[in-house]
Design a protein. Sequence first.
Length: 532
Amino acid sequence: MGIYLNPGNEQFVVSVNSELYVDKTELIKYTNSRIGKDRPLICSSRPRRFGKTMAVTMLAAYYSKGCHSEKLFEGLQISQNEFFKVHLNKYNVIFLDIQWMYGNALEEMKRDSTLKVVSYIQEQVIAELREEYAEYVRDDDISLPSVLAKINVMTKEQFIIIIDEWDCLFREDKNNENLQKEYINLLRGLFKGTPSGAFLKLAYITGILPIKKYGTQSALNNFREHTMVSPRQMAEYVGFTETEVRTICKGHDMPFKEMQRWYDGYYFEKIGHIYSPNSVIEAVDSREFGNYWSGTETYESLMTYIAMDFDGLRQLIVDMLGNQRCSIDVESFQNDITSFKSADDVITLLIHMGYLAYDSKTKKVFIPNDEVRSVFLRAIRNDGWEEVIKAVDASEALLKATLEMNEKAVAQMIQEVHMQSSSSLIYNNEISLSSVIALAYYSACRDYTLVRELPTGNGFADMVFLPKRTSLNPALVVELKWDKTAEGAISQIKSKGYVSVLKEYKGNILLVGISYEKKSRKHQCRIEKFEM
């Protein structure tokens, strides 16, 4: 048993014995299904603190010859699978934590300036292989793929390669192209070509970024990729499912609705709602809901990307802060953090980093939950977004004025948001007006679900604020008018029967008409109670 070759199961033992452990061992069923098949190569990318490391330590504990894990997996889901024992602790496993190895390499380079990171990684693994296969590994061997190929030829033994934080070098040393090319060449040697097909039983690599593209092609295009944009068979293993979170809340006497408000929002078509695992665990452990994306790095990193000078990027961020879902193209992203060519590329990176969620069916992106929304607000608060922050800070008073049916105050507050936001928003039609209104009502997201363009059977209601189950506030049906009257907006709500969409709703309803007159640059507001 070594650090890299055939590691033990100690890390997974800690996970299983933790106070809150969610059984994700059926992931092994999927990885087992790739053994002995064409392209047994899996890349799973997901954000920080979404269970990547636990997954790789679980796989190492299951496959590695360096430990005996039958009792460890006893009672877990995978132990019920008919093929459970077929692959249990049967393979030579090479386990690499690239972030840890990169840190060690940097320390070694302080003593030896000629040392290179990729060479260091290979030397460390080859040293352990030499101890195990002294007959076949020479002292002057420096290429890890060549050593594995030679061992395979002489012994017919194969290897499972598991890599955690595979993309670390692209993130930590993002401008070092020589290092990145050396690293990609190492990965190609391990995972592409005829020799690797012989010595490789299975590969599982995980990180935040998908595999780097060069042009339109992946550097390792033989991997089966599972990402936050397209998780495929890995969807239920990316985070906690809604069923798992309900079970956690019930077992720890935590309110599910509050957990949902804070940490839900990611959504995969085949599996449904997905929650941030670390945040759920922290909330249960501390008995307190809040932002667990802690650390200055989180905010500074986000600020760096949303401040980039790409046409339309600022507008997208403001729209999403106003609870809007925005259409983007995720295909042009090069899967690194330097080759941005458009606002869509930046937004796609934020999806992979977990700051944004993506609906693959509608191809729209959005801020997933209150926790991440608070990260955005902190990131922009001191970075030239003053007009947006003022609108957000004033939103509580605007909602209060609306519920009190204070038409004059509502019109005046929206007027102020418009004037403050003029440098951030294109303000020339009802679509841009709706962005300002949604931003102005930012604080309403705590008590309401905002639905834009809600189908009513006789047209679309511009904006409907549906009270959450825990809220006693009335529903709001909002109609916007550009160069028309607020009274006309109210009349349209009534004449087109927009309220009919709320026929199952048993509470109070307010009709809100908001207009903007281009010539005078003034807003008007009319609010009426409606009885179903």
